[in-house]
Design a protein. Structure first.
Lengths: 338, 338, 338, 338
């Protein structure tokens, strides 16, 4: 519920109302504006109905938030959120490319790959240390050693870094090494993990689940914001459909639709979204054109030898060409490539 | 099967081989090039195996076409096909927008809509006279009267026009009025209709079925080409998925994938592909960015009063803005907007 | 709209009201019951609203049909429809198995297959003469010759027969040879074909499209009933999903759901619904258990040599075993196997 | 890899080979049979290739396991696995119904519901204490208090109980209270949780993810078995498709297909698989008919007041009727209802 106070309402009035909201077990929000103070009350609908604020003499208007998600909704937060991710900003006028290999395999592999993507203009390095793999017999990632390599290589090159976290018990260690968490598609509805990430203040790149509706993704983000972490970046990475020629079906419709419904920044992962190296470039440009705030792209110094997802990884030369080709599309969309 | 002749093979050799191909009930193709003559033999694989051309003294090489589609494949036709559609060309360096209402409703509606899209730079007008509708109680189109209005209005404005054909029995009358046929998603596997369209020489815009894999679409196009009509334009218009926030899921992955597999031009219909007016613009730009050859866009002079699909139609002003915003994306993709 | 007349309303009153309904371009229905006469008015909702029958002195009540489909709805026709299909009845207390090969290939193949399924207790023979095939280079059916073989073999064995019709232009010839039409999944929204079948009085087995919601299937059936043919049998045959281990995903949920919404009989095709011979038996039993009125099963005298769909065809011995195993499941469901 | 030893191979030979397998970091399996000893070597394919056991004088044959899953495969374990779940057995000749409310809400609700399902013949009670909910503002379960109520009520009635576990950190406490773990659809690819459950010896009911192929489900089970817990029960509970009339599409094809590929028991959840109370009964019977080993059914003493999933819960009377109606279907399938 959004509560707009009258111009003559004082801070004391706001505090009194916020206390009433909190006393009912609801989450109180204080949003002072230039002309009016706006309050929010978030939580169980039936409890909200017991507030009866319409009749308060200093309340100008009261408005239900129609969407099932609240804090992520544009209704309560009309302006675009910009998330600081180390050296980069996600959202606003930036079009940010996060690049690196699917998995951290070795220090040498990371240095070669990171050096190349840095030269191509990238500020944020990616690389997985904990890999969720369909088969227990596939490479599962280097774990903490991988985190160390990722962080060291990023620091050497004055880059920021992001990596996936797959378990509540790993949140603390990942937070220590990475500038942002990645929450993968298979964990989009791991609500305990979402809550744990909500208790951090580091940015969370939340990837859409393979069977998740856009509304499910926004509700998953709501879990993180409801715990107090406003730094969520949504990521479209392809959904599960009947088409088998591509690994997933990249649902770019989601980009403008999320922009309409939510204030959070939206990135696109054309590597998983297609599963085919040859389609990564065209779909990266399409993502820029339809309003995305950036990309996650898998780049490997030697894709043929990659321990995972080699088929969808660009080599460093292909990536360099792509960065140059992307620029006019980002510009046409009113954004600056970084 | 692709048969490359030696440089010293004469036209008589080619004719002899083509006769052998035809005698087996296969479709013979004659494709003379600058340095070599190439022949094709299309049809039942088991019959092709009986040709035994490898040992012919004037045959340089013989190559099986691996894809299940043959004539639409890049293996047999490496260069992009450009289709003449009245005043416009589809493919090559052009990015062509075909616009107009979902259904022809009246002469006045067509004149107002067509006048506006013409002013915005459009060469080809669309409008349905035979409407396939889910319910028998919905507006089913004006039939032949609609064809007349469409043709008249297009001619008055010096535009070309396209319209949907839904039945073998209507092919002749639609051919009389329209510059190109549209074959809708629900008829993509109406193989009799495809064969009938293959006997015309007018262009066919073939829309992908809601449950059709990309390979199914290419095989549907093969039906048209196999009957002798090479003028096929493929159209991605969204597939059926679990997502309910949009009418369909526009599968832009299909655009670069089809470009890789086939020489045929590819257009995109962001109106059906999203079902939501607000998403048409962003997805139109994305289509341009990922390499499409053009767009089909629903525009209505008064969308609120449209007899079908009003929710996804742009009004004429929104369309005019879109055309101007599209230009830099088409240019960045190396194409000229028309 | 359903109009219940008062007990003292005469036939003249009914006729007067039916004339008013017809005069507005609506479809009038006359449904006399033991105690009350019920009328129906079907068509454009906005026109129905102009009838103003609520205030008529001999009208007891007026009720809108909430479903988008009307004639197929249980609201207007609460009792199960039983369709006569030659020697068999579909619906009511019967569980009817229609069996035979995917395609009619030769007289010998039909005689051997039909003889075996007849011995196993089958009354209705199936076999395709016009085959819709994804590739133009696959076997397309024997056409009219196939119809003749099918009819002859059925008659020799005192069986009835059904076959697929794919085109408006073929309806007359198929009607001449077959006891019922099959309308395939790819033609479920070929609305012209549905209208043409609605003008016949022979039964129509309408298969659910691969991307068709249950509501779409019911609306497709409405096209047939709206033209005057009440003899429609719905058929669940699997939908398109992401699962690739089976050819389609057989959606048995559809069976009890359709039974709830509609009075029409429902059959199940476990051959296409699974695509795998080994799954046909278990899913046939499941169909019987969840309330289906019968099955369409592909049987071939020599599946390894079948010109289409051999992988999903039972051989005659497997079919015989299945028929015996099916019996207790049909009985547990309160039906008699035929 | 499956290694069949010659009849004259001694236990010492087997031990020597198992040591070689283990030394390479592979999982060794010892499977003595009546006539031959069979060994297994499970793990990275490339490492397995280094074993070179074909040439060993006491090895009769060596066979690669073709499926990507190994321990769950019928290739390595041809006979059906029967899992002991407290007072019940899952698999073999039993058809076991596990019933209870979606969520544990109160001691009274559990006593009333459990008393009724016990009377209807149920041995295993279900009820969720940790509920994964799409929205953070929905009821999230009673946690440990819920576990206590569930266990107490089950013990009072001499029943066993199962409940969902959503987090590695909760495995120990859930193990203390429940006779079996339920791993929900959203956690089917929470590989850390699967590994943790693999370190227990209590049974794991593993539900298929909404976007999971059958092969993905089998690979998820492989994670549990690879950690040493052989007591896995697979559960089909509906997949995500385009159909919106039902909550999910229950994919019963999965039941006979899994039976063919794996030795593990398979249960079906028709409550989530349909989302509609009216469809639970028909689909429960269908599950019995196609070969499932049992059912998970949601029953609530007062569905209208249920805090979650009331729409799909049977009331206790409906459940009692269903149990009686199920019996002939279980019997026809050669199983005994419990």
């Amino acid at each position: 519920m959004i509560i707009v106070l009258k111009p003559d309402a004082t801070k004391a009035t706001a505090d009194e109302l916020l206390a009433r909201i909190e006393a009912l077990g609801l989450k109180p929000l204080y949003m002072p504006g230039a002309e009016r103070v706006v309050l929010g009350a978030i939580g169980d609908e039936r409890v909200i109905d017991q507030l009866h604020l319409e009749s308060h003499p200093l309340v100008e208007s009261v408005q239900r938030i129609l969407a099932p998600y609240k804090l992520v909704s544009r209704e309560i937060h009309p302006h675009d959120t910009i998330v600081d991710l180390g050296r980069a900003q996600i959202g606003g006028g930036h079009f940010t490319v996060i690049a690196g290999p699917c998995a951290v395999e070795s220090r040498d592999q990371m240095q070669r790959t990171a050096g190349a993507v840095k030269l191509a203009g990238v500020l944020v390095l990616r690389g997985g240390a904990y890999k969720p793999r369909t088969s227990p017999y596939s490479f599962q990632g280097l774990g903490q050693e991988g985190l160390e390599i990722l962080r060291d290589v990023a620091h050497e090159l004055d880059m920021s870094c992001v990596t996936e976290v797959v378990e509540v018990g790993d949140v603390a260690v990942v937070e220590q090494y990475a500038d942002a968490f990645q929450c993968g598609a298979r964990n989009m509805q791991n609500f305990r993990l979402l809550r744990a990430l909500g208790q951090s203040r580091k940015p969370v790149i939340l990837k859409r689940g393979m069977a998740a509706k856009i509304e499910d993704l926004l509700l998953a983000a709501e879990y993180v914001l409801a715990e107090g972490n406003p730094n969520v970046i949504l990521c479209e990475r392809g959904i599960q459909t009947f088409e088998t020629a591509t690994r997933n079906t990249l649902d770019l419709n989601a980009v403008p639709l999320i922009k309409q419904k939510s204030h959070l920044p939206v990135m696109v992962d054309p590597s998983h979204g297609t599963g085919l190296r040859e389609l990564v470039g065209p779909m990266a440009k399409a993502a820029a054109a339809c309003g995305a705030d950036g990309l996650l792209i898998e780049v490997h110094c030697d894709p043929e030898k990659a321990l995972s997802d080699g088929r969808q990884s660009l080599d460093t030369k292909q990536f360099d060409v792509l960065m140059r080709e992307l620029e006019p599309f980002a510009r046409a969309a009113g954004k600056r490539l970084q």
